[in-house]
Design a binder for this molecule. Structure first.
Ligand SMILES: C[S@@+](CC[C@H](N)C(=O)[O-])C[C@H]1O[C@@H](n2cnc3c(N)ncnc32)[C@H](O)[C@@H]1O
Length: 195
C-alpha cells in the first residue's frame, strides 16, 4: 500500500477559485475489495472525514464538479455539502467497458455539480447531454474532455483541480501525483463531448 502523503491544499488560502474540479481518492472498506484490486495499489486514499474536512479555496460564487464512483454517491453528496455547496445536477460518464462490481459490473462514474452563491449554468448552446461516452484508459483517469468543456463554458473563471495527476494550461492543480500524466490539453471539445 502506498503511504499517505501530505495533503497539498494549503491551510492558509492563497487564491480563491470560481471553479473547483475534484476527483477525490475515495477509500473503500478493505473487507469488500480483494487485495489485488485495492485502489491503494495505485495511489494513497483518504478517509471520508478527511475529505470532508478539507479547506476548500472556493470563492463566494463557485461551481464544484465532483467525481463520484457509483457506490459512493451518498458519501460524495455529503462531501459536496460539507464543502459548502448545494447539489444541482449530475452527468454520467459511460466508460464503454465494464469493470468489476457486486450489484452491477461497473461501467460508469458520476460527475456531481454543486453551486455556491450566484453562478450561471453553461450557455444554452454549449450544454451537452447528461450521459457522456468515452472509453476509459488508465486506472481512475477521467476524460480530459470534461476539463476542456468546463474551460469552454467558463473561459474567464479561475479554476482549480483538486487531486490532479497532470498540469493543465489555465488551471491551478493540487495533488500528490500532479505530474503523473503528461499534459494532454490539445483537441476539440465540441467533437469529443457532443458525439
Ligand atoms: C482519483 S485520483 C485522481 C485521478 C485524476 N482525476 C485523473 O483523471 O487522472 C486521486 C488522486 O489523489 C491523490 N491523493 C491521495 N491522497 C492525497 C492527499 N492527501 N493530498 C493530495 N493528493 C492526494 C492520489 O495520489 C491520486 O493521484
Amino acid at each position: 500500500m502506498k503511504q499517505q502523503q501530505q495533503l497539498l491544499v494549503p491551510k492558509k488560502r492563497l487564491n480563491m477559485y470560481d471553479i473547483i474540479y475534484a476527483d477525490p481518492p475515495w477509500r473503500y472498506d478493505s473487507n469488500t475489495v480483494p487485495p489485488n484490486r485495492r485502489i491503494e495499489n495505485h495511489y494513497s486514499t483518504m478517509e471520508l472525514d478527511e475529505i470532508k474536512n478539507m479547506s476548500i479555496p472556493a470563492s463566494d460564487n463557485c461551481i464544484l464538479y465532483l467525481w463520484s464512483p457509483a457506490p459512493l454517491v451518498l458519501q460524495a453528496l455529503g462531501v459536496l455539502s460539507a464543502w459548502g455547496f448545494t447539489y444541482k445536477a449530475q452527468m454520467v460518464w459511460d466508460k464503454k467497458k465494464m469493470g468489476m462490481g457486486y450489484w452491477f459490473r461497473g461501467q460508469h462514474e458520476v460527475l456531481l455539480v454543486g453551486v455556491k452563491g450566484d453562478v450561471s449554468a453553461p450557455p444554452q448552446g454549449k450544454r451537452i447531454r447528461s450521459v457522456y461516452r468515452e472509453t476509459r484508459t488508465h486506472h481512475s483517469k477521467k476524460p480530459d474532455s470534461i476539463r476542456r468543456l468546463i474551460d469552454e463554458w467558463y473561459p474567464d473563471k479561475s479554476k482549480l483541480e483538486l487531486f490532479a495527476r497532470a498540469t493543465f494550461m489555465g488551471w491551478d492543480v493540487y495533488g500528490n501525483e500532479a505530474s503523473t500524466f503528461k499534459q494532454t490539453y490539445l483537441g476539440n471539445i465540441r467533437e469529443e463531448a457532443s458525439g
